[in-house]
Design a protein around this ligand. Structure first.
Ligand SMILES: Cc1cc2nc3c(=O)[nH]c(=O)nc-3n(C[C@H](O)[C@H](O)[C@H](O)COP(=O)(O)OP(=O)(O)OC[C@H]3O[C@@H](n4cnc5c(N)ncnc54)[C@H](O)[C@@H]3O)c2cc1C
Length: 401
């Protein structure tokens, strides 16, 4: 049987996209592991935070909010970005970068910060509050998409590690590590940290999707962490923590370059997290109960990549979900399905510019333009690229990347 679409990877990205495609096409979902969700998807910190990922990701996060809320996957928590007096300029810059995005950010007085975060040290006096931030039921959302996919006839194969890809006569032949083969007209690369590896297998130029390790430790603190503590994030990017069942989830906000792998936490990163936490609060740490690490995978511009490869027939990228692949999943999957199927936008995606996430953007290399073409700033090189793009989709471009 020749499937219309084969999706490689059944993490949040592949599962959500398969579910969105299912009503329109015969879809095959291939997952290397025994069960979907073993890698990044099963290791997230489970928040939906409108600012997370930067202003360019806000449209995807906000467009996903209503779907997540309607299906009961969100529980309001609120997020506090905190800093010291010397961080005031950084806080202002952070806040200003979200002007016009629709994100609501309030400045809090030091007393209000101390009230919301018991045990915070007095030098941490600056705070911005983002009330909409919520916890996400990640497993619930992932299972919801897998169930939707199954219900609509998607074939899901686990222990199906793709090891060979070849295209002939408009059809991909996909070979699994155990020798099994499948066929599909369109291939979707939703392989997370392995996205570039899948491209190489298909003979497609990689985009340089780079995996970075992130660590989370679960702390038993005394007294117990209150259930209504907000997500607390260092505006300087040194840590975040949030409560869960009386415990605290703490991350040093690490971003350690890694090969694609089954990531494991390192003691040093846990120690760094604890050291930073103790500089922010005087909470007593009674125990480190548990720790884990996962890979967050980024394209060079840290924006996700959704779209057909310009040079490879029938090869669709759905990768680079970074640290926001859960909170953006509903809108990303809808947008991705519309792009695969050639459908127009609907109410969920109407406010999103798909060009911002298209792989074609890597054909315009502003780093090269900036360093070789005499532009005084990266912004002016980017402006030139934007105007080249506006000359029309058929404008000739050079791939310098
Ligand atoms: C510590 C941590 C905290 C995070 N916190 C948040 C958060 O609070 N909110 C948020 O929105 N995001 C968060 N993220 C990011 C989020 O987890 C990811 O963006 C998201 O899970 C990516 O989903 P994915 O499906 O692309 O990748 P994955 O879940 O890694 O799935 C990719 C799948 O592809 C499969 N695969 C790879 N190669 C092959 C092959 N050859 N054949 C078949 N299958 C293959 C893998 O087995 C894997 O299951 C966090 C990530 C980490 C690590």
């Amino acid at each position: 049987m020749i499937h219309d679409i084969a999706v490689i990877g059944a993490g949040m990205a592949g599962a959500s996209l398969a579910a969105e495609l299912a009503a329109h096409a015969r879809v095959l979902l291939l997952e290397a592991e025994d069960a979907p969700g073993y890698h990044a998807t099963g290791r997230s910190a489970a928040f939906w935070e409108e600012c997370y990922g930067g202003p360019g990701v806000v449209p995807l996060t906000r467009a996903s909010g209503a779907y997540l809320a309607q299906h009961g996957f969100l529980t309001q928590r609120g997020a506090l970005y905190i800093g010291r007096t010397e961080d005031r300029a950084a806080m202002d810059e952070f806040r200003a970068s979200y002007n016009g995005t629709g994100v609501q950010i309030e400045r809090l007085a030091p007393e209000a910060l101390a009230e919301r975060v018991p045990h915070v040290r007095p030098e941490w006096s600056e705070a911005l509050y983002q009330p909409a931030c919520a916890d996400i039921d990640v497993a619930g959302l992932h299972q919801h998409y897998l169930a939707e996919a199954r219900r609509q006839g998607v074939t899901i194969a686990t222990r199906a590690r793709v090891s060979g890809l070849a295209r002939a006569n408009g059809v991909w032949t996909i070979t699994g590590q155990t020798g099994e083969t499948w066929q599909a007209a369109t291939l979707v690369n939703a392989a997370g940290a392995w996205a570039d590896e899948i491209a190489r297998l298909a003979g497609v130029a990689p985009i340089r999707i780079a995996p970075f390790r992130r660590t989370v430790a679960v702390l038993q603190v005394e007294p117990q962490a209150p259930a209504d503590l907000p997500l607390v994030i260092d505006v300087g990017g040194g840590f975040y923590f949030k409560p869960d069942g009386g415990r605290l989830w703490l991350s040093p906000h690490d971003e350690i370059p890694s090969e694609p792998c089954d990531a494991a936490p390192e003691e040093l990163d846990v120690a760094i997290a604890i050291d930073r936490f103790q500089n922010v609060t005087d909470w007593r740490i009674a125990a480190v109960e548990h720790r884990w690490a996962g890979l967050r995978s980024f394209a060079p511009d840290r924006m996700p990549v959704y779209g057909f490869d310009a040079d490879a027939d029938g090869f669709f990228w759905f990768a680079g979900q970074g640290g926001f692949g859960i909170q953006t999943a509903p809108a990303a999957a809808r947008l991705g399905a519309q792009a695969v199927l050639g459908l127009g936008a609907d109410a969920m995606t109407a406010g999103i510019d798909p060009a911002a996430y298209a792989p074609a953007r890597f054909k315009y290399n502003w780093e090269v333009m900036f360093s070789t073409q005499g532009y005084s700033s990266k912004a002016s090189a980017q402006n030139v690229i934007d105007s080249i793009k506006q000359n029309g989709p058929d404008a000739e471009v050079e791939d310098n990347s």
